[in-house]
Design a protein. Structure first.
Length: 494
C-alpha cells in the first residue's frame, strides 16, 4: 500500500532470512565432538572464573543506555531504506498501532534483503527505536511514557537528565547527534505553530498532553540544542492527594477548597519547580460548573475540568519582528469577553496591573501564579512589576490597589530533600500607614529530618478564629465548614 515493495520483494526476502538464521555458531557447535571431561584442577579454575562475567554485566544504568557506532550505522542504513520504501504522508494517516505494523513489515523485509544478521531481541530494539523516530519523539519516548518523571532536561545530544521524586539524575539516553535532537525539537514546536532555528533560537511550546516545553538552540546554546520538558501527570492531582503526600494538612486542604469555592482572589506564590501550576489546577476544581472561565498563558498547560472554559495563549513575534501578542494584551482582551473568573498561568510583568484591575472590578475568584519565595516578597514583586510597566503611580496608591484586589496568597515551596510543601496560607488584610498588613492562617514549621534525610515538619494554624474572608464565606453558606476546619486545625494540625 505504502511502498514499492511487491510480492517479488517479499518472496525474495524469505531465502536470506532462512540463511541468516542458519548462520549462528550454535548448530556448528552442536555437531562438534563432545570435549573430554575436565580434570579436577581445571574444574576448579572454571568455577572460579564463573563470577567474573556476572560482575562485568552489572554495569551502571547510565552505561547500559549507550549504543555503539555500529548500531547507529546499521540503524541509519535501515532507516534510509525505509524512507525510500514507504510513503510517510500516507503513514501519518494511520492509527499508531497500524503504522507500527506497517513499519515492522518493511523493516523485516529490509533486514532480510540487505542480509543483516541480527538477533531477535536486537531486531525488536531496533524496530522500537525506528518507530519512535518516525511516529514519536525518538529517544525521548520511553521517558515521556514514565509517569514518575517530573522534568526531562536534554543538554545536547549526549546528556539527558531527569527529575524523579524531587532529585535530578543522569540517564543513559542519548541521541544519534545534535541534528537528530534538533529535528525532534522542530517536530515538537511545529505542533503548536511555532518554529525554532538559528534566526529564532528560543521557543516555548507544549506537548499534546499539556506538558511545558522550552527549546534553546545554537548559536545561543553552545553544546547543542537544550530541550527542557516539564511533564504533567496523566492523572490530575487533587487536594486529597496533596494531603496524602503531606504537602498540606487535611484542615488546610479544606480551607483551600473553601477559598476556591467562595471566589477569593488568590495568588499562588513559589519558586521554580515548587508546584504552583499543580496547585492552581487543584484549586480550579472547586469552581462552579456554571461559571465562565478565561485562562491566559504563555504556553497552555492548565487543565480545567469545567465545561465553560476559554483558553488563550500568547504569540511570539514573526520573522519580521511583528505580530507579537503579549500576556498583557490577552488580559486586557479578557475584560471584553464577559468573564466571571480570569486565570493567568504565570504573572511575570506589567500584566499584573491589568489582573489586579480585573480582580477589583467584579471578576471575583480570579487567580494567578507569581515567582517569589514568601508572601511578603510576593507583594513586593507585584509592586515591582507594576513599576516595570511604566505606571507613574505613588507607592501608596499601588499598595492600595493590591490590598483591594488580592484576598489570599498561597505559598508553595520545594524543600531541600525534593519534597513540595504548601508553607503559608496568608490573607492580605489591609494597610497600616504605608505598609500592607497580612495574617497567616496556616504555616509549615520544619522540625528536623529523619535518618534518610527526609524533612520532618508540621502544618499548624495561627489561631485566627475569623479570617478576613469570613463574610464572603457566609455569603456562600460556607462559614460553618470554615469554622470547623479552623477549630480542627487549632487542635492538632498535621
Amino acid at each position: 500500500m505504502f511502498g514499492r515493495r511487491g510480492s517479488g520483494a517479499a518472496a525474495a526476502a524469505k531465502p536470506p532470512t532462512s540463511a541468516a538464521s542458519a548462520r549462528p555458531a550454535p548448530p556448528a557447535a552442536a555437531a562438534a565432538p563432545p570435549p573430554p571431561p575436565p580434570s579436577p584442577a581445571a574444574s576448579a579454575q572454571v568455577v572460579a572464573a564463573v563470577p567474573k562475567p556476572q560482575v562485568q554485566e552489572k554495569a551502571p544504568a547510565k552505561a547500559q543506555g549507550r549504543r555503539s557506532e555500529e548500531y547507529y550505522a546499521t540503524k541509519a542504513q535501515i532507516f534510509n531504506a525505509l524512507v525510500e520504501s514507504i510513503d510517510l504522508s500516507q503513514l501519518s494517516k494511520l492509527e499508531r498501532d497500524d503504522a507500527r505494523d506497517e513499519i515492522r513489515d518493511v523493516v523485516n523485509d529490509i533486514i532480510a534483503l540487505k542480509n543483516i544478521a541480527m538477533s531477535i531481541s536486537a531486531q525488536e530494539e531496533l524496530l522500537e527505536d525506528i518507530c519512535n523516530d518516525v511516529l514519536g519523539y525518538g529517544p525521548l519516548e520511553p521517558l515521556l511514557a514514565r509517569d514518575d518523571i517530573a522534568d526531562i532536561m536534554v543538554n545536547g545530544a549526549d546528556t539527558v537528565y531527569i527529575e524523579t521524586s524531587g532529585k535530578v539524575e543522569e540517564t543513559g539516553v542519548h541521541f544519534r547527534d545534535n541534528k537528530q535532537l534538533m529535528n525532534i525539537c522542530q517536530r515538537i514546536v511545529s505542533q503548536v505553530g511555532r518554529r525554532v532555528d538559528e534566526s529564532s533560537p528560543i521557543c516555548d511550546a507544549r506537548l499534546p498532553d499539556g506538558s511545558r516545553v522550552n527549546v534553546i538552540a545554537p548559536p545561543l546554546s553552545l553544546d547543542g540544542p537544550a530541550l527542557t520538558i516539564r511533564k504533567f501527570k496523566k492523572d490530575k492531582l487533587t487536594l486529597q492527594q496533596l494531603v496524602n503526600f503531606k504537602s498540606i494538612s487535611p484542615e488546610g486542604a479544606e480551607i483551600l477548597e473553601i477559598i476556591g469555592r467562595v471566589r477569593c482572589n488568590t495568588v499562588i506564590s513559589g519558586g521554580t519547580g515548587s508546584g504552583k501550576t499543580t496547585l492552581l489546577n487543584c484549586l480550579t476544581r472547586y469552581i462552579d460548573t456554571d461559571e465562565r472561565i478565561i485562562t491566559c498563558e504563555d504556553s497552555a498547560e492548565l487543565q480545567l475540568q469545567q465545561p465553560h472554559v476559554v483558553r488563550l495563549e500568547t504569540r511570539p513575534p514573526n520573522l519580521e519582528g511583528e505580530g507579537e501578542i503579549t500576556m498583557r494584551d490577552l488580559v486586557k482582551n479578557c475584560l471584553r469577553m464577559r468573564p466571571e473568573r480570569i486565570i493567568v498561568g504565570e504573572v511575570r510583568g506589567p500584566e499584573v496591573f491589568d489582573l489586579l484591575q480585573a480582580m477589583n472590578t467584579g471578576h471575583d475568584g480570579s487567580m494567578g501564579t507569581i515567582h517569589s519565595n514568601s508572601p511578603r516578597e510576593c507583594l513586593k514583586r507585584m509592586e515591582a512589576m507594576i513599576a516595570m510597566g511604566g505606571f507613574s503611580l505613588p507607592a501608596r496608591t499601588v499598595r492600595e490597589i493590591i490590598v483591594g484586589s488580592v484576598d489570599v496568597i498561597v505559598q508553595a515551596a520545594r524543600l531541600r530533600d525534593g519534597s513540595r510543601r504548601i508553607t503559608h496560607i496568608t490573607e492580605v488584610v489591609g494597610m497600616e500607614g504605608d505598609v500592607i498588613t497580612t495574617q497567616d492562617l496556616f504555616v509549615y514549621d520544619i522540625i528536623g529530618e529523619d535518618a534518610q534525610g527526609k524533612i520532618i515538619g508540621k502544618h499548624r494554624a495561627n489561631g485566627i478564629g475569623r479570617p478576613a474572608f469570613w463574610d464572603r464565606a457566609r455569603y456562600y453558606g460556607e462559614e460553618e465548614r470554615l469554622a470547623k476546619a479552623l477549630d480542627a486545625a487549632e487542635l492538632g494540625g498535621a
